[in-house]
Ligand binder design. Structure first.
Ligand code: URA
Length: 422
């Protein structure tokens, strides 16, 4: 077998055989297939697609490239959630302790932000002392002791995906449904969760811009999970406007703690509870009431214990950016659009995200939104506050938000899109 013949098969719109797939994933993981060969193959897959059999085999080969975790020693059923990525998407932070407070165990392997989308680990690292990197033993011990753990995937889990994802990121080959589905599901299946809820984002701020593409991605991932014995369900949720009123690391932790304290923005609370219900249902936990666990403080108790178990101080002051710039409403009226992609790009340019994997992020950088679509605004009132430690970034962020919102005449009828679409 050789890489060139595998590339030619897909370049010429052929089907990759099981043997070709097993060989190329294994040889790439071992360094025998070069990055430039794998990037040519990834581009051929992006352009010509893969059928269900090829996607299933590709996923199985990526799982087989590393170790599989086992949570069978836990006394509770396991449930995990994965979001395909968005702007202001801090849902994992309140969701993991909430579902644990309701009786399931939540092993939440999370990622870092890249480009305009935020990453759960970057957000949590704004809590002084908190550690994302845990050994498998530490992960199991936090999970067993508190009911929830949020941490980085260890090096041993789906190493083929680790290499391939980094390569796709710099070769314009991220947005391919077969590659996204196999990337996400190989990690989730290797992680060993019993059930999985997928939050597939749709809209300007998401990888999937249309409902049709999001449906295809969701059904591909549900099929992969089900075939591997993981109870998998998917919700399609709106990412045309940012979630909540903040985008940025420490800003989003603060908002998540408000939700755990029984407050917080309505859209964040609604999606957190909707996903919690799906996770508990998939895990077979009956008679739990996530809304009650948020209101009575039991989810907050799990949050505090989980943060402490990972070295963080839940009472510590969160970092605040050194400089702020307020954007005021240019007219009175009804806010009818606030674009998730533009807000995500602006937060990223302010320092909340990174351009390259190894770049540091600023804990305090990001954007506060003072109004959401449907709200009435007065001319001159604050609309957005930009936060950064490096004020020379304001100009780039202002460029990104310049066309990000529309204000219609006072009294205009406006119906916001639902948070959960399907
Ligand atoms: N998240 C992943 O883990 N992989 C992808 O390909 C896209 C989003």
């Amino acid at each position: 077998m050789d890489a060139i013949s595998v590339i030619r098969t897909k370049r010429d719109r052929g089907e990759l055989s099981d043997e070709q797939i097993d060989w190329v994933i294994d040889a790439y993981t071992r360094g025998e297939v070069a990055d430039e060969q794998m990037s040519a193959l990834a581009m051929a897959i992006l352009l010509n697609g893969m059928n269900r059999r090829e996607i299933a085999r590709w996923t199985a080969a990526m799982i087989a490239s590393g170790e599989r975790m086992d949570f069978s020693s836990l006394s509770r059923p396991t449930a995990d959630k994965h979001s395909t990525g968005g702007v202001g998407d801090k849902i994992t932070l309140p969701l993991a302790p909430l579902v644990a407070a309701c009786g399931a165990a939540v092993p939440q392997l999370s990622g870092r932000g890249l480009g305009h989308t935020g990453g759960t680990l970057d957000k949590l690292e704004s809590i002084p002392g908190w550690r994302a990197l845990l050994s498998n033993e530490e992960m199991l011990s936090v999970l067993d002791g508190t009911g929830a753990v949020i941490c980085a995937a260890g090096d041993g889990l789906a190493p083929a995906d680790k290499k391939l994802y980094a390569l796709r990121d710099v070769t314009g080959t991220v947005e391919a449904i077969p590659l996204i589905a196999s990337s996400i599901m190989s990690k989730k299946i290797a992680e060993g969760t019993g059930s999985l809820v997928l939050d597939v984002k749709v809209g300007t701020g998401a990888f999937m811009k249309t409902l049709e593409d999001a449906r295809e991605l969701a059904s591909t991932m549900v099929g992969l999970g089900t075939d591997h014995g993981v109870k998998t369900v998917a919700l399609l949720t709106d990412m045309s406007i940012p979630l909540g009123l903040t985008a940025g690391n420490a800003l989003e932790v603060r908002e998540s703690v408000e939700v755990l304290a029984g407050g917080g923005p309505a859209d964040v609370v609604e999606l957190t509870i909707a996903l919690a219900r799906e996770m508990l249902d998939a895990a077979g936990v009956k008679d739990a009431d996530p809304a009650k666990a948020l209101a009575d403080g039991s989810a907050m108790d799990v949050w505090r214990r989980m943060i402490t178990a990972q070295g963080g101080d839940p009472d510590a002051e969160l970092p605040v950016a050194r400089e702020q710039h307020v954007i005021k409403a240019p007219a009175s009226g009804v806010l009818t659009r606030l674009d998730a992609y533009d807000i995500g790009v602006a937060a990223w340019r302010l320092g909340a995200g990174r351009a390259r994997k190894e770049d540091p992020v600023q804990a305090g950088a990001g954007i506060e939104m003072h109004a959401k679509p449907g709200d009435t605004v007065r001319e001159g009132q604050p609309l957005l506050t930009l936060h950064t430690d490096t004020p020379e970034r304001f100009a780039y962020a202002l460029e990104a938000v310049a066309g990000s919102y529309d204000i219609a005449a006072p009294g205009t009828d406006f119906k916001a899109s639902p948070v959960v679409l399907e």
